[in-house]
Design a protein around this ligand. Structure first.
Ligand SMILES: [Fe+2]
Ligand SMILES: [Fe+2]
Length: 257
């Protein structure tokens, strides 16, 4: 389905995503990690499709309802495509391969729709959020497609999905301008600030997790070693085997103390 607004139909990745291309290349290089990422992406797309289906139910705008339905079907199809590709890759992996670090916070998938309370959003806030989410997804998928030259089938999956994400990005902006002609810029700014704040919280919690692991590991080796040494030293002072107890403690067994 095409819309009539004069918005760009294709986009390249943002400068930030393009700068991270070498990191993404490293992340996607590993076949096991690729399988796990595709499975996760499939889940995210399917969840996003369900949320957009809910948005189609709650909106009172007939045109938006139709567009949301098309959009939801696209996202559900993306979920199937990612899972199918993951299954095909999985069947090629040697048995006994182990999962590796997924680096999800560096190479996220989907649209971040899990951060959305669909029932509480108006058409305007929903469209603003969707537009930015689709734009971010299109930007990342553009890079993922480019770094996957050595895996043409996976690259083709991203190529096809990227086409849909560009459509989602464009129709949401066109519709936002229709339902909020006076203040769609403000809605986009608000949604952008909200995404920035949630992005900051995600990065902060990931950094806090790494810091906690480092601190606990240091504590383990620095604090536990002296205690282990003291315990061993005390154990060496103990006499081996049964030890006779003093007569004053060898009293009647009829009382507790
Ligand atoms: Fe999608
Ligand atoms: Fe999408």
């Amino acid at each position: 389905m095409k819309t009539t607004a004069s918005v760009p139909t294709q986009m390249r990745a943002t400068t930030f995503d393009r700068m991270l291309a070498p990191v993404h290349r490293w992340i996607w290089r590993d076949a096991e990690r690729r399988v796990h990422k595709l499975i996760r992406f499939g889940e995210t797309e399917t969840d996003g499709g369900r949320d957009i289906l809910r948005a189609a139910e709650v909106t009172s705008d007939p045109l938006l309802r139709r567009l949301y339905l098309v959009h939801a079907i696209d996202e559900l199809r993306h979920g199937v495509m990612f899972r199918r590709r993951a299954a095909a890759l999985l069947s090629e992996l040697p048995t006994g391969s182990r999962p590796k670090v997924q680096a999800d916070w560096l190479a996220p998938g989907g649209h971040g729709l899990d951060e959305l309370e669909v029932d509480e959003e108006s058409d305007e806030t929903m469209l603003a959020f969707l537009h930015l989410s689709e734009k971010a997804a299109a930007s990342r998928f553009w890079v993922y497609r480019n770094v996957l030259q050595y895996d043409p089938p996976t690259r083709a999956v991203f190529e096809e999905i990227l086409h849909d994400e560009n459509f989602h990005m464009n129709y949401t902006l066109t519709q936002l301008a229709r339902v909020a002609p006076q203040h769609h810029g403000w809605q986009l700014w608000r949604a952008r600030m909200s995404r920035l704040w949630k992005g900051y919280l995600r990065v902060a919690s990931a950094v806090a997790g790494v810091m906690a692991s480092v601190i606990l590991t240091v504590q383990y080796f620095v604090l536990l070693s002296p205690f282990a040494w003291l315990a061993k030293r005390a154990a060496r002072k103990e006499l081996p085997g049964w030890t006779p107890i003093p007569p004053e403690r060898n009293d009647s067994l009829k009382r507790q103390y």
